[in-house]
Write a protein that binds this ligand. Structure first.
Ligand code: UN1
Length: 506
């Protein structure tokens, strides 16, 4: 369609919403820019800055499509999803490169992100031939009892920028296999990867209206969380926004699944293999530039090995190569945006003021290859105590706080002493300490001799306290978010039988 308000240059890179099986512009015609965080001169494209009206149209399409999709046999729904997994696998490298360009994380990691979407799609598509319920004996004669999962309806999904394809897949695939329909609002910072995923679903044969995507900011989020025809809201992002989502949805009694912040700790005991622990802390703390909700932003080290550990940790962090993630020599990419980088820098100031010591890093990188991106040095604070804000608040950047401890009990107590409860890990060779920590740390994910990041798709993913609201995604637990149980009793006795009353009927 000819658009007099856009130049040819713009048109080449103007992407669309996906509503009712069609790629369409926002009703307003407005767009926002998607730029490369490693080089802001690189404009990736213009995406619809959608309005309430766009969200409403998408919800209406999803509502209509639900009536037939819910009746499609689950194994048939699954066949489409298997095909989608194959299509993604065939284009993995292309999707990974686009993702590094729009999100910044290094190419190895974006390949991992795409792989996670492939894995999740295969894993949950297979539920099309299971979706098991239960059968149970009835307490009455000639009566059958069973439970089945039923789809719920239109599911709204609000996804973050740090796992631009994996997280949409965690939500969309279980929703679809259960027979729901979807409206996705991906982060404005990474809409291209979400669009690739949605396009693949279209190509695989998902019928019109079953999956819709509306890009944009808060007006879209607001519409999705307050519309009466949305039955489920699944959100991954900050705790502050999660709270808003919950408040918006509460008056409608929507089912809300929230996956929010973390302040994850790696506990390094004095009997740990230090080399292994160092590798884990570097990967857990600085992988994805610390921009994972599972990132190890606290390292709690036993006093017996503290100084030795810190010396090597600092040395290794200093040597990390920071740059454009498409360069295979790069080990750490940029922060996602100026705003995110400013947040990181403000926490570095907070840490200094609180009296922690900057053992390395602490500065923005601005010259040479870093001039046009949002780069920050890998930063380690030592002398951190559990009461400091840098030890308690989520920073979501390449900043790790090292806290000294005297025992496994103290380490566990520090690990638990935050409002979040996503992931935690212990490095130890002592099985007693490992099991004690495994039991006593109150998180949704726990690792032994591995960092806090790297959850696999077939286990439940989520956290306790301010990290979540009791739901889990991934694993079979994801089905519980996107389906509701129906208990069914079939009485074939031909007479009225009263449960709990007709108790004599042997
Ligand atoms: C997130 O940071 O929001 O376990 C998700 C991990 C990844 C997923 C992280 N598989 O670190």
């Amino acid at each position: 369609m000819w658009r007099p308000d856009l130049t040819a240059y713009d048109l080449q890179m103007t992407y669309s919403n996906f509503v009712d099986g069609k790629w369409v512009q926002s009703a307003s015609g407005a767009t926002f820019e998607n730029r490369n965080p490693a080089n802001t001169n690189d404009l990736i494209g213009l995406f619809p800055d959608s309005t309430t009206r766009d969200a409403e149209l998408a919800i209406a399409a999803a509502k209509r499509a639900f009536e037939s999709w819910r009746l499609a046999p689950a194994p048939k729904r699954a066949e489409i999803l298997f095909k989608a997994a194959q299509l993604i696998a065939a284009r993995k490298e292309e999707f990974a490169r686009d993702m590094t360009r729009e999100m910044g994380k290094v190419i190895e990691e974006t390949r991992g992100d795409v792989q996670e979407a492939i894995d999740m799609t295969y894993f949950l598509a297979a539920e099309g031939r299971r979706l098991h319920g239960q059968t149970a004996p009835s307490e009455l004669r000639d009566k059958f009892a069973m439970s089945i999962r039923q789809p719920i309806g239109v599911c709204a999904m609000i996804t973050p920028w740090n796992f631009p394809m994996a997280i949409p897949s965690w939500k969309i695939i279980p929703a679809l296999v259960c027979g729901n329909t979807v409206v996705l609002k991906p982060s404005e910072l990474t809409p291209l990867s979400a669009m690739h995923f949605v396009k693949v679903l279209e190509q695989a044969g998902v019928p019109a209206g079953v999956v819709n995507m509306v890009t944009g900011g808060p007006p879209v989020g607001e519409a999705l969380t307050t519309h009466p025809d949305v039955a489920v809201v699944s959100f991954t992002g900050s705790t502050a926004v999660g709270k808003l989502v919950n408040q918006n949805a509460a008056p409608f009694f929507k089912k809300v699944h929230l996956e929010m912040g973390g302040k994850n700790a790696i506990m390094v005991m004095d009997d740990a293999s230090l080399d292994l622990a160092l590798e884990g802390c570097l990967w857990g703390g600085f992988g994805t530039s610390g921009q994972r909700c599972t990132a190890a932003s606290r390292v709690i080290v036993h006093e017996q090995v503290h100084d030795r550990f810190v010396e090597q940790f600092v040395q290794r962090a200093k040597s990390l190569r920071v740059g454009n993630g498409l360069d295979t020599a790069t080990q750490m990419g940029p922060s996602i945006s100026e705003k995110q980088l400013q947040k990181v820098m403000s926490y570095v100031e907070i840490g200094k003021q609180e009296g922690a010591t900057i053992a390395c890093g602490g500065k923005r990188l601005t010259s040479g290859a870093h001039a046009n991106g949002f780069f920050h040095e890998p930063t380690i604070f030592t002398g951190v105590t559990r009461t400091m804000r840098i030890a308690r608040e989520e920073i979501f950047g390449p900043v790790v706080s090292v806290i000294k401890c005297r025992s496994v009990d103290e380490a566990v107590s520090i690990a638990n002493d935050v409002v979040y409860g996503l992931s935690c890990s212990i490095y130890t060779q002592d099985i007693n300490r490992a099991f004690k920590a495994m039991r006593d740390v109150y998180t949704g994910i726990f690792y032994v001799n591995a960092p806090t990041i790297g959850a696999e798709v077939h286990l439940p993913f989520g956290g306790t306290k301010a990290t979540g609201n009791g739901h889990r995604e991934a694993g079979l637990a994801a089905l519980d978010v996107f389906s509701e149980w129906k208990s069914i009793y079939v009485d074939f006795s031909g007479k009225l039988q009263r449960a709990q009353i007709d108790t004599e009927n042997l």
